[in-house]
Design a protein around this ligand. Sequence first.
Ligand code: CS2
Length: 502
Amino acid sequence: MGTSSTGIRADGAAVPNPGILHLGLGNFHRAHQAVYTDRALQAAGGDWGILGVSPRSSTVVDALRAQDLRYTVVEVSPEGAEFQVPGALSEVFVARQEPERLLDALAAPATRIVTLTVTENGYTYSPSTGRLDTTDAGIRHDLTTTTAPHSTIGRLVRGLQRRLSAGGAPLTVLSCDNLAENGRHTAELVREFASLLPATESDDLLAYLDAAVTFPSSMVDRIVPATTDHYRSLVLEATGFADAVPVPAEPFTQWVIEDDFAAGRPQWEAGGAVFSHEVGAYEQLKMRLLNGTHSLLAYLGALSGASTIPASRAQDFIADAAHAVLRDEYLPSVSVPSGVDVDVYEAQLFVRWSNSALGHKTSQVGSDGSVKLRQRIPEPAMQLLDAGRMPHHLALTVAAYLTCVAPLKGFDPGQDAALMADPARELLRSLADASASGRQLATRALGEHHLLGHELAGYGAFLDRVGDLVDVLHADGPRAAARDAAAASRAALSTTVSERIS
Ligand code: CS2
């Protein structure tokens, strides 16, 4: 089967007809799903080109248009760099500039899959409840207007309404973000939004969602840093392509998807994607062992002056804390997917985090901690707390996060922490300004403001432990805090062992 085409690029290659509408044209999408889709098109053809939509910014869209929708994925390892130019993009535009075009594309029968990489922060859920944040300005706006929605969930729902009016063709919505059970969570947010509409609109829409729209979950994995001029020069020197928007990425890549598609799908297997019934287990494994430990590397790293993840991981006390949190505190809460060897997985993670050529920034991984940590910390922490064990390294992760983005008065957490963006920064700053100690800060942020959810807010001993480690971080620094967590953890583990023996 050949790929039918809407046109020919300057280099003679065919432009695939679009079948996928993708929201979020950032680096991750272009080094992950777009690469799998390119391989699927090459292997099996089909009208599965990607209509790439940037929510707000026109930078990437303008650059891609100027270079015939081509860009380079630079696969970076300590051994050197390799260059690929995926050709899966069919068209690109900016949702804010062309809202009608977005809604029409969502309604078009040719669009059979909508994929999302809008970051954890793009789902407008409240970290405190996990439900739709109806106080969000975008959501409030979108609930009252059928045209030009601003939020991702609003765009999806308004597009689905238009699709229903246009005949109600089936559709798959596939989240590719690091949210626990990302398919189910997206479906719930969409339903919640739909049910807030007047009954005359919501009844039909909810019935359509039940009958014809699926929301499979997927686990996505590839470390993709922000691009820099270094990569622009590298691409130009090596390939002669003056690419304004190359994407650096590690060699490792993984995509595990639940096979629940309402209207067909590309042969993503050709690019190495795995269709599995165990997506939930893969997600947990990845979001806790990789992403959870990544957060610890980012915050302790930034506080110790490390600007990159490899520089952070290279410090023995941080590597030890990373092993401890991964093994002793995240792993017990995970059901390991069949065929995965945890020792190999852990060893591979440490190799991936040591890729110094990639230069993945602690400030990038540390950004949006209020929404990311909500996905990573509470469940494993509460499981251990319920079993009578204090998760000292999870507490250390939260303490290091607070120290980075909500330092107590007079404390400077350093330039990497200053670069961390976070939707809760303002709130946290005001809480820190009103707090005289780590315990006060932890009680306010986690206990009163439910920063990591309602449930964890009730675990007073955990909040106190976070608060005490905030104080150690402020007074004696990250090495001392890691030593404190390690000693307490060892003592707790040996007590558990001696209790079992006696
Ligand atoms: C990172 C992820 O920024 C972060 O929070 O943990 O972006 C991580 O690099 C990817 O999930 C790897 O697949």
